[in-house]
Design a protein around this ligand. Sequence first.
Ligand code: FAD
Length: 151
Amino acid sequence: MLMRELYRLIYLSHNEITGNSNCIHREIGDILAISRKLNADAGITGALMFNKNCFAQILEGAHHRIQETFERIQCDPRHSRVAILDFKPIQNRSFAHWSMAYVGQENLAAQEFMQIQKDSEFDMNRLTGETIFSLLRSHLYAAEQDNSCKV
Ligand code: FAD
């Protein structure tokens, strides 16, 4: 049944947070704090990647829970041009241990993400959900071992 099935949504968006790195760090900290609280309440798991220009996020959970959460996320003025890359049913969660894992711009995965963006000439339409998923999954699988993926 649709409502009970697990889904995974992957999107990209443009950063609209301005200011120095302290301001950006504080805003991201606020986003993560509210996300981790509300996602835990809604049974949503996932990961957020940030690299100055862009956000990439993965949300996993029940269909209606993802919809509710994503409706709020889309309206948030801290980012713009939100583009869904993937929204499909899944068998199992890949980020089961994270109400919202975070990969920041100093991180290797975010640097790889920047390179992927450069290779696609910053054309969002040329990035796939699979690219984002593989990057975050492989990175966070390693990070789970040392619990190092905090803001
Ligand atoms: P309220 O906190 O009542 O805020 C009201 C409005 O103001 C909302 O539109 C909100 O987006 C906006 N707002 C709140 N704080 C600020 C601020 N500092 N500056 C500018 N506008 C602000 N939420 C989740 O629950 N789960 C997630 O996984 C998640 N991921 C996010 C990823 C990104 C990239 C961004 C930018 C936001 C994310 N959020 C997430 C936050 C989400 O957009 C909402 O702010 C949050 O869910 C609270 O919703 P609310 O309706 O209670 O908003």
